[in-house]
Write a protein that binds this ligand. Sequence first.
Ligand SMILES: O=c1ccn([C@@H]2O[C@H](COP(=O)(O)OP(=O)(O)O[C@H]3O[C@H](CO)[C@@H](O)[C@H](O)[C@H]3O)[C@@H](O)[C@H]2O)c(=O)[nH]1
Ligand SMILES: [Mn+2]
Length: 606
Amino acid sequence: FRMGPVHRREHPEKLEKVTKRSEFPCLDVFICTADPYKEPPIGVVNSALSVMAYDYPTEKVSVYVSDDGGSALTLFALMEAAKFASHWLPFCRKNDVMERNPHAYFASNHSRSSETQNIKMMYESMKFRIEHVVEKGEVSDEYITSDQEREAFDKWKNGFTRQNHPTIIQVLLESSKDKDITGNYLPNLIYVTREKSKTSHHYFKAGALNVLLRVSATMSNAPMVLTLDCDMYSNDPQTPLRVLCYVFDPKIRSKLAFVQFPQRFRGLNKNDIYASEFKRLFEINPLGLDGLRGPNYVGTGAFFCRRSLFGDPSTFVSPEIPELSPNHAVKEPINSLSILPLAHHVAACNYENQTNWGSKMGFRYGSLVEDYYTGYRLHCEGWRSVFCHPKRPAFYGDAPTNLLDMLNQNKRWAIGLLEVAFSKYSPVTFGIRSMGLMGLGYAHLAFWASYPIPITVYGFLPQLALLNGISIFPKISEPWFFLYSFLFVGAYVQDFLDFVLEGGTFGKWWNDQRIWNIKGLSSYLFGVTEYLLKSLGISAAGFNVTSKVVDDELSKRYDQEIFELFAGWRHAGAIFADVLVSWRWCWIVELCNGDNAASTEWTGPV
Ligand SMILES: O=c1ccn([C@@H]2O[C@H](COP(=O)(O)OP(=O)(O)O[C@H]3O[C@H](CO)[C@@H](O)[C@H](O)[C@H]3O)[C@@H](O)[C@H]2O)c(=O)[nH]1
Ligand SMILES: [Mn+2]
């Protein structure tokens, strides 16, 4: 992570010297959502609108929303988004709006102009309808405005459940037909909920992304694909142009798999009490990896070259049917009779049986951190990636704002990483063999879940040694003392500097240390346990989606930086944490007491 960090800068304003706007490649955006109650549809709508309004030729943009929740509520929300887009997009263009997520825009813009007030009212009334429908749990007749819409909702018949239902693909906007209020074409907007059946595995998000890869191939087949979680939105309409700077760079284009933007978060409290920012993972380490083969894929905010998901740079792995191949040109309009049946066919739950999807093609299966695993396999194949970290964050996302959600999220990651660490593609063996240092970088992450071991040792060994009169730390008079002190202080100082130089503060760093201890003995420990249970075939862990619901009470406490330990566990937790940090004091106590430190008469704060 430290050998050759790379800091890049793009000059999108010079792009048009290299190529004309009309030559820009098409862009397919994949947005994933999985549960209308944990991921409020209004959030999905805001994410979708923020990318539909990119500063990019609109007829070249297609936004596909994958709904693993199979919910009519989400479809309803997107229908509303399609209507609102025809006002919102021209508004953004005309007023040169930077925040193209309407929620973020209205939260920070207080213009009194009648135009702004008008569109704000439109947004609020859309939001009201969407939230009302979600609250009621169904789309009532008063909200259905056309036969077409009625036909769409009729697909949610009796017997339709989340785990068991047919594919539904709804083209909500078609760029060759639908225009905004100023007469400009709108981007394509397509709702997809893939077929689900209780008897076939759906591979969570990786499965959803592969379905979108195929469905989009039949409809638009853009060479560039942006994957976005529904809790993330675009904060800069110029982002795709930055990506083009790399895509058109003759030095990298032939091996470029993806351009990764860091995950940045909005709404964290001042000192980030749950250390949700993950500065090292998302902002510091990628700089170093970029000096090797490139940053790891983090699941969202990444622009892929479609070709990279079909075999290594020199060997093309061809899909079962030519229509899915990245070089296939789509000639018909997306709503046409020849395309829709094919799109449904490739979204079926048995479609992938006996194919290369998930193993040699598309997003890879076998780990709960499909992002880490997919990026890793692509790098092993010889692809490279680029870390794009502009001053103005390209995307903003949500991070969990309560302890339990945060611990659960980290447990999922721990399990996913262990799945890779102990697979036949383990970074310590396969990874290092195929890409040396880069493999080591991946190994560092893969073994995250091993932290409980050193933490437990540190938490108990020094205390036990002290109580039993055994000295395990060097004395001031010994030469080892200097080495020990150097390592001890050096490690902290380096970590602190890394953190602060990337824009962190002391308060955040302190919390980061504390949370690391807590996660070490909860998330990671439980992650290891669940992984073992799974390996023994006793139980299988699923993808537990993090809740994005903001409850007023909870967010108030969060903003006040109140640390939520589960009631009742508060004391136990605090005592436990103290035991954990006491090893540091043991050493200091030993030092202060000189030779007496090891005496059994000692009665210190332990
Ligand atoms: O069966 C599923 C489960 C999840 N998702 C989507 O996956 C995304 C990520 O889920 P979230 O609960 O927000 O997880 P996080 O822990 O916040 O996500 C991080 O970790 C995941 C891997 O565990 C990556 O996929 C994400 O991109 C990365 O941001 C969301 O858009 C979900 O809708 C699906 O589409 N289908
Ligand atoms: Mn998320």
